[in-house]
Design a protein around this ligand. Structure first.
Ligand code: GLN
Length: 283
C-alpha cells in the first residue's frame, strides 16, 4: 500500500469525527514515518511497510475514537513555539494567541517587567511572552503538578526561562505585584453540552470547567488581581464568547479602567482587558 492510498482511506474514515480529516490523516501518517508533511504531496507513491501501515492504522483508530491529534502527536504549535502536550494539559488554541498579542501591546520591548500567567497549563502563554520579551521576569502558576511538569519541560525544550510555581491562582504569589497578569482560566459552564462532544472530552476538566455559569475562576481572578498589580498594571483575560459583558461588569466593579474587549479570528468577543490604578505601569 502507498502513503497516498492510506491517506485517502484514512481521510474518508475520519470525515465522521473531524473537521479536518485529510490534515489529521497527513499529520498522523507523517508522525509515524518521522517525516515532514510535504512528503504527502511530493511522494504519495511512497510504499508503506506493513509495520508502518499498521502503526498509522493504530493511531487512526484512536483518532476515530475521538482522541485529539495534538495528544496523539504529543505536540502542538503555539505562537512560534512547538510545545509538548499530553492529556494533563489543555491543548493550546489559536484564539489564545490573540491574548498573547494583546499582552505584548502593553509590554514595551527591551524593558524589564514582571509578568504573570495564571493557570499556565502547558506553559503556552508564559513561554510565548518569554520568547518575545526576554528581558521580562515571567512567573507562571498552576494548581496541577502534572501540568507544571509539562510546562517546565516545555521551558527546557524551548530554552526559555520562566519561574514555575505550584498553587491555586494567587496563593503562591502573596505580596507580589506585576506589571501585567494574563490568564486563560477555565470558563466553561459545568452543564455545557459541548463538554460531551468531540475532542474536548479528552481534555482535563479542571482546565475547562468553572462552576455553574463558567465564571467562577474569572470572578476570583478579577477580584484578587488588584492586590497583585502595580499601579497602572494590566489584567488580560480570555473568556467564553458569551461572557464579555459579564467580564466587563466584573472588571468595572473591581475598579479597572481602560476596559476593552477584542474579537478572535472567528469574530467572537474573547479577550478582555483592563488597567488598574493610575500612572504608568513602570513605576
Ligand atoms: N476555548 C475552550 C473551549 O471552549 C475553553 C478553554 C478554557 O476554558 N479556558 O473549547
Amino acid at each position: 500500500m502507498t502513503l497516498g492510498e492510506l491517506l485517502r482511506e484514512s481521510a474518508s474514515l475520519l470525515a465522521g469525527v473531524s473537521d479536518s480529516p485529510r490534515l489529521d490523516a497527513e499529520l498522523l501518517g507523517c508522525h509515524v514515518l518521522g517525516v515532514d508533511r510535504s512528503l504527502c504531496f511530493s511522494r504519495p507513491e511512497y510504499p508503506l511497510s506493513t509495520r508502518e501501515a499498521s502503526a498509522i492504522r493504530a493511531l487512526l483508530a484512536r483518532r476515530l475514537a475521538g482522541e485529539p491529534v495534538a495528544y496523539l502527536l504529543g505536540r502542538r504549535g503555539f505562537w512560534t513555539l512547538d510545545l509538548a502536550v499530553n492529556p494533563d494539559v489543555l491543548i493550546p488554541r489559536p484564539e489564545t494567541e490573540l491574548l498573547v498579542e494583546r499582552c505584548l501591546t502593553h509590554i514595551p520591548p527591551a524593558s524589564p517587567r514582571d509578568l504573570c500567567d495564571l493557570g499556565t497549563g502547558s506553559g503556552a502563554i508564559a513561554l510565548a511572552l518569554a520568547s518575545e520579551r526576554p528581558e521580562c521576569h515571567i512567573t507562571a502558576v498552576d494548581r496541577s503538578e502534572a501540568s507544571l511538569a509539562v510546562a517546565r519541560s516545555n521551558g527546557e525544550l524551548c530554552r526559555l526561562r520562566v519561574e514555575w510555581l505550584q498553587g491555586d491562582w494567587f496563593a503562591p504569589l502573596s505580596g507580589r505585584r506585576f506589571h501585567l497578569i494574563a490568564s486563560n482560566p477555565p470558563y466553561v459552564a459545568e452543564d455545557d453540552p459541548h463538554l460531551e462532544q468531540g475532542d474536548i472530552r479528552h481534555e482535563p476538566r479542571q482546565a475547562l470547567v468553572a462552576g455553574p455559569d463558567g465564571l467562577a475562576a474569572l470572578r476570583l481572578i478579577i477580584r484578587q488581581a488588584p492586590a497583585h498589580l502595580r499601579a497602572g498594571g494590566w489584567l488580560v483575560l480570555e473568556h467564553g464568547h458569551d461572557q464579555a459583558q459579564a467580564v466587563r461588569a466584573l472588571l468595572q466593579g473591581a475598579g479597572f479602567t481602560e476596559l476593552a474587549c477584542h474579537r478572535d479570528l472567528a469574530g467572537l468577543p474573547r479577550i478582555s482587558e483592563g488597567r488598574y490604578g493610575g500612572g504608568t505601569a513602570d513605576e
